[in-house]
Design a protein around this ligand. Structure first.
Ligand code: C5P
Length: 222
């Protein structure tokens, strides 16, 4: 079977962490480096796709004629950028580590040290993947990631169903040498109807190629 040509298709990718501001100098964030999302963007761009890369704060840069980078900081900014870009995209890959919660109030001035304990109220951020899954047309493919520490396959399969994704890329924190900050990743790809592909530990560029080939062979239609 000939592989579906990805040239010219518009792709939305999210990458990196989000920063949720507490005050002008502090935020709640996570250790995501964005390496996986940037690798996906580069591989897709080299195949001729037009990539819209919505990136949280990272130390990476990607200069490629087929890649447009939209720098965002918070989950709400990432959500807004994705909602704007998604209608023109045929494929969306959500690899960002989006903060589930943000501070309910952002202080205008630096929060002062006072009592021995400090409570911070958090409110839920919108789930970008679930939103795109809910609004996608029959022509659009939405792929999510899952980082699980227990009941990996079961939780990732639940995520696929709940967020109406077409595939979930599962990486387990249990696998040594993979995950946040690492140059390598060990993934499984979960498709509907219990179809699962498992891959050995590889560098993130090779992992990106595996993910894209799987999307070409099993999800995209000519
Ligand atoms: O529910 P969980 O955070 O484990 O889901 C991970 C997947 O959902 C990833 O693809 C991530 O990019 C996406 N996600 C999102 N918006 C959120 C939370 C997660 O797009 N607010």
């Amino acid at each position: 079977m000939a592989r579906i040509d990805i040239k010219g298709i518009q792709v939305l990718i999210t990458a990196g962490p989000t920063y949720e501001k507490l005050d002008p100098v502090r935020f709640i964030g996570n250790y995501s480096t964005g390496k996986m999302g940037y690798a996906l963007a580069e591989v897709l761009a080299n195949l001729g796709a037009q990539v819209h890369l919505v990136s949280g704060p990272v130390q990476l840069s990607l200069k490629h004629p087929n890649v447009q980078v939209y720098a965002v900081e918070s989950a709400l900014e990432m959500y807004d950028a994705c909602v704007q870009l998604f209608p023109k995209c045929q494929l969306a890959i959500m690899s960002a580590a989006v903060a589930d919660y943000r501070p309910a109030h952002r202080a205008d001035n630096k929060i002062k040290k006072q009592a021995d304990t400090l409570q911070i109220d958090l409110v839920k951020n919108p789930d970008i993947l679930a939103h795109l899954g809910a609004i996608k047309t029959s022509e659009q493919i939405v792929v999510g990631f899952a980082l699980e520490t227990e009941n990996e396959l079961e939780n990732a399969t639940q995520k696929l169903i709940k967020k109406r994704a077409d595939a979930i890329v599962l990486n387990s924190l249990r696998d040594p040498g993979s995950g946040f900050g690492s140059d390598n990743n060990k993934i499984s790809i979960i498709l509907p109807k219990g179809v699962i592909f498992e891959f050995p530990l590889k560098d993130k560029h090779s992992v990106a190629k595996d993910i894209i080939e799987c999307i070409q062979d099993h999800l995209l239609h000519s």
